[in-house]
Write a protein that binds this ligand. Structure first.
Ligand code: IVH
Length: 671
């Protein structure tokens, strides 16, 4: 292909892919399957790699993230990004309405939107092409984070309809709870500090210097404001949101236009009680806006806030209670985490008795003492934590918390490694480290030995039946059956599970070993690259660090792990028990579902979403996240979502969980 042809082909593919994006995200009417889309994208990527000078600024390949940036350019906002005044009660909402009516001399209709708990972003389209994405900053100027914004899948890179040359769209970038949980899980596996809540996580992500990492974080954006030639826009705010939808933007779901303030109050209450608990993304209130935008100018702004809108803030999911004691937990890597034992308190529907204090720096920062009255909060509505001390309630007898000099479990001296916040126990035979390492080894994403929960592991350790991972494979039926609350049947079941775990593929085994910083992702990358444990053991640090996604820190940790004699001996023992220490020849694996595309919806009883996906992919199937005419089967669980409806509409075959169970049974028989 010559340069001229390449240029034309890049333009053609870019336009075609953007059209498919539009059909998929806006029209909900995809014309091609996810697979065909990926193939077109690959083709474009290849051409762009060959001819980077022809890559268009709105190329859909930017979704995966371009080259790292050195810093962000500061840009002045077209008009300031102001924030809203808050109302915390029904009375304050009624006052707001009264002020509006008084100023205008008549009643008005309102648009009520969820207040998304993320960070504000302004998207600037020049001649229909996304050209800048500016963070709120100080409201007057912000940072242009365009490369990261381009990775957000529900932000259009180009607008297809006719719009004014300058077109600005503002909204909120956020992280859904599930994505937030995964980011923190990965951070935990890598021994990094966790994000306190989805909002902090998104604020950190949008400012990452490497868009490739940002692209994997799964940010999303809901838009709610347009700044452009006013004559192009409808007068009603609600209609403006609809216009945004038709141009390819997502707007806050559950938005309503309501006729009077009474309805607004009712809806806010209903939303907080009924809708909010079921949402998959963080919302911290409702935004109430006068629907007729022509009235916005008449109402104007106060020194700080507009008079045409207000934020009704939900009750914070916080409570006050007292710290009765502080205990120390020893994790599998020996890190000692301080935990506050609390006077039980109700918080967001559950009773909270303990809260993490993270580390000793955090205790110092907040000046937390035993006996203190504190605020506890559900961070990202998941883990309770102590956020503030009520110092005025101190009586003087509160006790300071000092890092333990000895491990609370084994009594050995603790250490604080250079450059680390964490205090650790480094005794390799500390029972707490052994227990937590075993719990990690048998966990679902590792060897998946069902039935080997904390209480059973405790009992096995007590009887001295577990000394390391290998001793799991030496357990005898009578050892297990003789334990409290165990019998012949449960012993047999456990042994079956242990036997089954020997089939777990190499990446799981590698992850199960619990090498510091080797999380699931790193284990997969290492296994795919080296194919066997022996090659990893023999590789040098540079070779390991060179693998994309691994890096120096992990490489160092791996070398350190395998430099210890007892770890090498452990691997030898596990090899004797026939665990998978290499990647099996994939070519001979049966692929009965090859060529078929599946979509999953609803909850299953016997599989998590991840397990079902892995199971199908292992059989050669492709698992897609959306239903199209090209989908072969939709597997429908309990409480299915809109994908089920779509499958029925399109006439795609639907099956239930039994389909997977039948396959599983057949395969197990064969083995
Ligand atoms: S309207 C002129 N609508 O909350 C007012 N803001 O304190 C423009 N937010 O800075 C804001 N969801 O970052 C509006 N549906 C929504 C929102 C929303 C979240 C954020 C936004 C704003 C802050 C208001």
């Amino acid at each position: 292909m010559n340069r001229e042809e390449a240029k034309r082909e890049i333009e053609r593919l870019t336009e075609e892919l953007l059209r498919h994006n539009y059909l998929y995200y806006v029209k909900n009417q995809p014309e091609i399957s996810d697979y065909e889309y990926d193939m077109l994208l690959k083709k474009l990527q290849k051409l762009e790699d060959q001819f980077p000078e022809f890559k268009l600024p709105y190329s859909p390949t930017s979704r995966v993230g371009g080259e790292p940036v050195e810093g962000f350019e500061t840009v002045k906002h077209s008009i300031p990004m102001i924030s809203l005044d808050n109302a915390y009660s029904e009375g304050e909402l009624l006052n707001f309405n009264e002020r509006v009516e008084k100023l205008l001399g008549h009643s008005v209709e309102y648009t009520v939107e969820p207040k998304i708990d993320g960070i504000g972003l302004a998207l600037i389209y020049k001649n229909g092409v996304l050209s800048m994405a500016i963070t709120r900053g100080d409201g007057v100027q912000g940072d242009n984070v365009i490369e990261n914004a381009k990775t957000i899948k529900n932000i259009p890179l180009k607008i297809f309809s006719k719009i004014p040359d300058y077109f600005e769209v503002r909204g909120e970038v956020f992280l859904p709870f599930e994505t937030f949980r995964k980011i923190n899980e990965e951070k935990e596996q890598n021994g990094e500090e966790l994000f306190a809540n989805p909002r902090n996580a998104v604020a950190g992500t949008i400012r990452l210097k490497d868009p490739k990492i940002a692209s994997k974080r799964g940010m999303q954006m809901y838009c709610y404001q347009i700044i452009t030639d006013e004559s192009f826009l409808p007068r009603s705010h609600f209609e403006r949101l609809k216009l945004l939808n038709s141009l390819g933007f997502d707007t806050p779901p559950h938005t309503l236009k309501l006729k009077e303030i009474k309805e607004v109050v009712e809806y806010c209450k209903k939303f907080e009680e009924v809708i909010k608990p079921s949402l998959t993304f963080p919302v911290d209130g409702m935004v109430i806006k006068v629907d007729n935008v022509s009235l916005w100018e008449k109402l104007g702004t106060t020194a700080k806030f507009p008079r045409y809108a207000i934020a009704f803030k939900f009750k914070p999911e916080q409570a006050t209670t007292r710290i009765l004691n502080v205990t120390f937990q020893v994790g599998r890597t020996g890190v000692i985490t301080p935990v506050a034992e609390l006077e039980p308190v109700k918080l967001a529907g559950t009773t909270v008795k303990r809260a993490t204090l993270h580390n000793f720096d955090e205790i110092k920062r907040l000046d937390i003492r035993i006996g203190d009255t504190v605020f506890v909060e559900k961070a990202g509505e998941i883990i309770p934590k102590v956020v503030k001390v009520v110092k005025s309630k101190r009586s003087g007898i509160e006790k300071e918390i000092t890092p333990p000099e000895k491990c609370p479990v084994c009594g050995e001296k603790t250490v604080q490694l250079e450059g680390e916040v964490a205090v650790r126990c480094i005794n390799p035979s500390c029972p707490a480290i052994l227990k937590n390492s075993i719990l990690h080894f048998v966990s679902r994403d590792a060897m998946d030995i069902r039935g080997m929960g904390e209480s059973l592991v405790d009992r096995l350790l007590e009887k001295n039946l577990l000394k390391d991972f290998a001793s799991i494979y030496q357990l005898k039926k009578e050892d297990i059956a003789s334990l409290e609350r165990m019998g012949d049947k449960s012993a047999e079941n456990l042994l079956k599970e242990i036997e089954k775990s020997k089939q777990k593929p190499f990446p799981n085994v590698l992850y199960a070993l619990g090498i510091r910083y080797v999380g699931q992702k790193a284990a997969k990358l290492l296994a795919a690259h080296f194919k066997s444990i022996d090659r990893i053991i023999n590789a040098n640090e540079e070779e390991i660090a060179e693998i994309e996604g691994i890096g120096k820190k992990i490489a160092e940790s791996i070398k350190k792990y395998f430099s210890l004699k007892h770890n090498l001996e452990l691997i030898e023992k596990l090899k004797k028990h026939n665990l998978q220490f290499e990647i099996k020849d994939e070519k001979n694996k049966p692929q009965p579902l090859k060529g078929l595309t599946f979509v999953l919806t609803g909850e299953m009883e016997n599989f998590t979403r991840k397990e079902a996906t892995e199971f199908l992919e292992n059989l050669g199937a492709k698992v897609s996240s959306s239903v199209s005419r090209k989908t072969d089967y939709v597997i429908v669980g309990k409480n299915p979502g809109s994908k089920f409806r779509k499958a029925v509409e399109l006439g795609v075959k639907t099956v239930d969980e039994q389909f997977l169970l039948n396959f599983k049974e057949k395969l197990e028989k064969k083995n």
